[in-house]
Ligand binder design. Structure first.
Ligand code: PMP
Length: 360
């Protein structure tokens, strides 16, 4: 019998992650992307890329300096990554060792568990409260000297709930041996940041993405910021060329176009109110969101609902398998036009499946 090399035990344990594929022609309200476009200035840059530009290995540092000054940080504090997903991977690879514990308030973004489980560390999940608010006391109780990483998405996905700054401070102070990741992927739709704490908290890591409000998910651009001391270790782990040259060329133009960013964020904030009002009118239970999506409870008919939406060419994400999210579906808020399309499809789909308010 043929023998095959086997991967590390941790890799065999690692959860598989298969993002659902969706037709390009659909209204995609399933990935929390920008539903419309990035700044037109980005396309101008892409149009100016020459064949000779593509021959060169990408240089991350000059763009990191720009991002740092944009955010009021020093260049040593900033690392550009291939999306925030790579930031999470680098963080896990840098800090999680055998015998360590990774504390994860759940439900939350799936990739924390995916990357965490490919290390030798133990993952400990702490369930959010019934209203999905942050389980501060339960989390504090689980902190031990072995706690090495704690991941907090703020606002959280799939719930849209934000974590109060005081709670984040309590976690940072209570776990001095652990890196505390505050993932601000949805910062632009929320408006509060803990970047200002980096100077005094050597165990804090903050991530931001250019995939959401900036509309650059296809370029794969994220960033991680931490105390310079910690950054040295993470720079050892990351591949030097993981952020490609096209992405680096486009980033300054995207960051400069504040008017475009503001326009898109305004559309989302108006759409969020519109969608919430529609859900109230239809008596669908939902959780108030600080992000560009809303989690709602459809109940037993969640699969039928997602299918009915797909037949109307609108993709939404079934989150029923997330801890504590039985019967829940998440819907992205995009431009007002796309949000209106989503609301119309939602109303028609609920009617088609014969959904009643008491079914959730
Ligand atoms: N963090 C959170 C909380 C997210 O929801 C997502 C994307 N869905 C990411 C990080 C990943 O972002 P990126 O595209 O930058 O890898």
């Amino acid at each position: 019998m043929a023998e095959y090399p086997t991967p590390r035990a941790a890799v065999r344990r690692t959860k598989e992650y298969h993002p659902p594929l969706g037709s390009r022609d659909s209204t995609r309200l399933d990935f929390n992307e920008n539903t419309f476009a990035c700044s037109p200035k980005v396309l101008e840059v892409l149009g100016g890329i020459s064949r000779a530009d593509l021959t060169k290995y990408p240089e991350r540092e000059p763009v990191e300096r720009l991002v740092a000054s944009h955010l009021g940080l020093s260049a040593e504090q900033v690392l550009l990554t291939n999306g925030v997903d790579e930031s999470i991977h680098v963080l896990c690879q840098t800090f999680l060792d055998i015998g360590d514990q990774f504390l994860l308030p759940v439900p939350t973004y799936s990739m924390y568990e995916v990357y965490g489980s490919s290390t030798e560390a133990e993952i400990i999940c702490v369930q959010a409260k019934e209203d999905f608010s942050f389980p501060l006391e339960a989390l504090l109780q689980r902190i031990t000297p072995a706690t090495k990483l704690i991941a907090i998405a703020n606002p959280n996905s799939p719930t849209g709930r934000a974590v109060p700054r005081e709670s984040i401070l309590r976690v940072i102070e209570s776990a001095p041996n652990a890196m505390v990741l505050v993932d601000e992927a949805y910062y632009h739709f929320y408006g509060h940041t803990v970047l200002g704490l980096l100077e005094r908290a050597p165990n804090l890591v903050v991530t931001r993405t250019f995939s959401k409000a900036y509309g650059l998910a296809g370029l794969r651009l994220g960033m991680l910021a931490a105390h310079p001391e910690q950054m040295r270790w993470m720079r050892r782990v990351i591949s030097p060329y993981s952020v490609n040259g096209l992405a680096l060329a486009c980033l300054p133009a995207a960051m400069d176009d504040n008017a475009y960013l503001k326009w898109y964020v305004d559309e989302v904030l108006q759409g969020r109110d519109l969608l919430a009002a529609a859900l109230r009118r239809l008596s669908v239970h939902y959780w108030p969101s600080d992000a560009n999506f809303i989690l709602m409870k459809i109940g037993a008919k969640h699969r039928e609902f997602v299918t009915a939406m797909r037949h109307r060419n609108v993709l939404v994400r079934d989150r029923s398998n997330d801890p504590g999210c039985d019967g829940c579906v998440r819907i992205t808020i995009g431009t007002l036009e796309h949000t209106r399309i989503g609301i119309d499809a939602l109303e028609a789909s609920l009617a088609e499946i014969g959904w009643k308010p008491d079914e959730d």
